[in-house]
Design a protein around this ligand. Structure first.
Ligand code: ADP
Ligand code: ZN
Ligand code: ZN
Length: 804
């Protein structure tokens, strides 16, 4: 009998969902456990690669010659059985490879880095000779693509003659941060003796001895250094003399150092209490039930979440809470931390890799019981889950754009079944999918119809910009909006202004010939950036100077159109020279912590106006904001996207909710070119019910979700005809497996047909029930590996957010 490990290997170009078998070498038989990372030889060259052990089996005798596991990368498993099972399901349901899923589930530092080393294998070959081609210092970090053609050719000759070889080494990046901990070895009696042996002017040493004599508990070296203002040198002398011991210990990088004020549970109102009781009953009875908590902005959903979590904790269980993007909702983290303190671990993209790794380990070691985070936090290695919460469940950021193209809501449902615990989806404007499910009682609907403070929702004014422009108004600001801003400035109240940037940007056009400056690599116009004085492509990053004359007709009448936050800020400042304006967009928030800083300044009344893109629409709670202005409500409506109306309605409702949250009443001004569009009209009264009915009718007519499931397959290639041909090939392969009721759109070029010099073609399948589709698409995924080597990239997206 021999022990065999089943390993999912990390080989980008040869992916498969089946695990490879490796022999477990005898010394590792007891050490190797399921869920550990290992280094294994792979392929003809036996190149060393990283892999995950997903099973261990006993076999009679190797059926074929098996390779051996090379080494362990972990001393304890990084994945438990639940997460291994989850990765299998995820791969299958999102049409991706299990290795991609595993890597997505783990902190970035678990991704292997491979270093290449140049080694001499022929003993007769001289080091000096090799050093003539490549200096010895470059052997250990060998980068073939950085070498000259001559060097490459010389080295490959040597390789052919078996004089040298390239060794691949798997580097483990997952390192805990370590610091020294100091334990005193002396007591008060010894103190006098030691002090007598020291010179009078050895002040620092004397201080150290005195301190150690009284310090019983271990102390971290950095703390000691600061406390006594002594150097490492002094501490090392102490160690050499035997006064203290130094030991390396792990230390977590804590991204949220500052102390939070502890908050107490609030006394719930009737509706909140009813909602909470439904959830806690489900926690108590271990039911994998999904709740849809539909509550207008400011109705107290968050308080319900917090008390549901508290209930789970009191039952000895844990909780996961997802928020759309933490950098944008720092107030939410503050509230959860304020209630549960050190029990909370936070996971989001704003943390460094090291910080994320530390938070992840705290969770894994059961040192944190509540996980708050963005999309990928749904994979937190937390066990014994009592409740899962997804706030703002309609947000697009819960769906990942890249493989694996998963939706956090689906993963949450899987985990809720695994742990027999409820899942709570919260929103003021639920996605149509979720709301439709609650209509059919698949989800249980819980409603919070009123704002906590009893205030009515803010009054919303719709401004028809067509009329405004005709009557000579400014391009960006209507007269009513300017008046409203002015009133706020007079009364020292605050305003939030939103510029809807989706599918919209400022571009350059020639007034004489209509020429628009486009990206040479992508099928899209370049955006003007005043800060860098250049034209940039938002897809590929291409950048060029702003043209002074038209490249097409050489006219000087080349002007920019559209609007950007920068331009609006300038205009606003011209209108109100004394107003203090803060701008929040991708440009002003690139640096770490920038969001928080801007929001803090606004919260501290260091500004009168917060001007920003969609990022200001979410979760902000500033009591003195009484005006919300939306400069251009309808840019998203023009996009060829079946969810355009839903997105517009959600965004307008959400941003309106930022006004009048405290004592003062709020006002909202929405500027639009489509004042009669139902999404805008219904956002005016924040009438979700009517919007839901109307939009469901339209989706039904168009055979869109939630009436139909959708699947999008895209092929990309440098040559347009190759991308198109691939899509026809895929369609022909799928056709025999589709029933007569499935609807196929395409193959067609994508709305943006070329990005980064590649052409994109797609098909979309709309269907209700296609039992053979899953297997057929899985086969296409497997075959896509060979396409990949021919330069065709295939992307499969089940239930895409849009068809764009
Ligand atoms: P939502 O998450 O639905 O937008 P919040 O939970 O942010 O609403 O609640 C809005 C405000 O009302 C917050 O300032 C919150 O502290 C307060 N609040 C919530 N529930 C209660 C309650 N039961 N009693 C008093 N204040 C409450
Ligand atoms: Zn021109
Ligand atoms: Zn481009």
């Amino acid at each position: 009998m021999v022990q065999i490990a089943k390993v999912i290997v990390d080989v980008p170009t040869m992916q498969t969902n089946s695990a490879y078998s490796y022999l477990i070498p005898t010394p590792l038989e007891n050490e190797l456990k399921i869920g550990m990372r290992v280094v294994v030889p792979f392929g003809n060259g036996n190149r060393k690669v990283q892999g995950f052990v997903v099973a261990v089996e006993m076999q009679v005798a190797p059926i074929q010659q098996l390779k051996e596991i090379d080494s362990l990368m972990d001393l304890e498993p990084v994945l438990n059985q639940e997460l291994i099972q989850l990765s299998k399901w995820l791969a299958s349901s999102t049409f991706s490879f299990q290795i991609t899923c595993l890597l997505t589930m783990l902190p970035n530092v678990m991704r292997a880095k491979y270093s290449k080393q140049l080694k001499i294998v022929d003993k007769n070959y001289q080091r000096q000779d090799l050093a003539k081609i490549l200096p010895e210092s470059a052997w250990s970090t060998f980068e073939p693509d950085q070498l000259s053609k001559e060097q490459q050719s010389e080295l490959s000759k040597l390789r052919e003659q078996n004089k040298i070889e390239i060794v691949y080494q798997v580097k483990n990046q997952a390192q805990a941060r370590q610091i020294f901990q100091i334990t005193s070895q002396i007591d008060a009696e010894e103190e006098t003796e030691i002090l007598n042996s020291l010179r009078k002017n050895a002040t620092k040493l004397r201080e150290l001895v005195h301190f150690l004599a009284e310090q019983k508990d271990p102390i971290n070296q950095p703390v000691l250094e600061k406390k006594l203002s002594v150097t490492v040198g002094t501490i090392k002398i102490g160690e050499a003399k035997g006064w203290l011991k130094r030991k390396k210990v792990e230390q977590y990088r804590d991204p949220y150092k500052e102390k939070q004020v502890q908050t107490k549970p609030l006394h719930l109102n009737g509706e909140q209490q009813t909602a909470l009781t439904s959830i806690t009953t489900s926690i108590k009875n271990r039911l994998a039930q999904t709740f849809l908590l539909e509550g207008v902005t400011g109705s107290g959903k968050t308080e319900v979440y917090l008390q549901a979590i508290a209930y789970a904790l009191a039952q000895g269980k844990t909780a996961i809470m997802l928020v759309p993007e933490i950098a944008l909702t720092p107030q939410m983290v503050t509230r959860v931390k304020g209630r549960f303190g050190k029990q909370v671990a936070v996971l989001h993209s704003g943390l460094s890799d090291g910080e994320k790794f530390d938070e992840w380990r705290r969770i894994k070691r059961h040192e944190a019981q509540v996980v708050v985070g963005a999309r990928s936090a749904i994979f937190a290695p937390i066990e014994n889950v009592g409740v899962i919460i997804i706030d703002e469940e309609h947000e697009t950021s819960y769906k990942q754009d890249d493989t694996p193209r998963y939706h956090a809501r689906d993963v949450a449902k899987w985990r809720s079944k695994f742990y027999n615990c409820p899942l709570v989806l919260g929103s003021a404007t639920p996605s149509l999918e979720s709301r439709a499910r609650s209509e059919r009682h698949v989800y249980q609907l819980l409603k919070l119809p009123d704002r906590i403070n009893g205030h009515p929702l803010p009054k919303v004014k719709i401004i028809d910009m067509r009329e405004e422009l005709q009557s000579g108004a400014d391009q960006n600001f209507s007269t009513p909006l300017l008046t409203a801003i002015n009133q706020r400035l007079q009364t020292k109240q605050q305003s939030i202004l939103m510029l809807n940037r989706r599918g919209y940007s400022s571009f350059i056009m020639c007034r004489d010939c209509g020429f628009v400056l486009k990206c040479p690599n992508c099928d899209i116009s370049l955006t003007l950036h005043m800060d860098s004085h250049s034209m940039k492509c938002h897809y590929c990053g291409h950048e060029e100077p702003i043209p002074q004359i038209c490249p097409n007709c050489h006219s000087r009448k080349i002007r920019y159109y559209g609007t950007g936050t920068e331009k609006v800020q300038q205009e606003l400042q011209t209108q109100f020279p004394n107003a203090r304006i803060l701008r929040m967009d991708v440009d002003t928030t690139r640096r770490k912590g920038a969001h928080e800083r801007i929001l803090r300044q606004f919260g501290n009344h260091q500004a009168d106006i917060l001007l920003g893109t969609q990022m200001i629409a979410k979760g902000l709670d500033f009591p003195d904001v009484t005006l919300v202005g939306v400069l251009n409500a309808d840019t998203a409506l023009e996009l060829p996207d079946f969810r355009a109306s839903e997105r517009t309605f959600q965004l307008l409702t959400q941003v309106s909710g930022r006004a009048g949250r405290a004592e003062k009443l709020g006002e909202v001004v929405i500027q639009t070119f489509n004042p009669d569009h139902y999404a805008i009209q219904l956002a005016k009264t924040q009438n979700y019910e009517n919007f839901f009915r109307k939009e469901m009718y339209i989706r039904h007519q168009g055979k869109y979700p939630p009436y139909y499931f959708t699947l999008q397959i895209t092929a990309a290639h440098k040559e347009e005809k190759m991308a198109a041909a691939k899509m026809y090939e895929v369609l022909n392969e799928l056709r025999p497996y589709l029933s007569g009721t499935a609807i196929v759109l395409g193959p067609t070029p994508k709305p943006i047909a070329r990005i980064k010099d590649k052409y994109y073609y797609q098909i979309v399948i709309k269907y209700k029930n296609e039992p053979k589709l899953h297997a057929a698409v899985t086969k296409i995924l497997q075959e896509s590996q060979s396409d990949y080597r021919k330069g065709v990239q295939l992307a499969i997206d089940a239930q895409p957010q849009s068809f764009m």
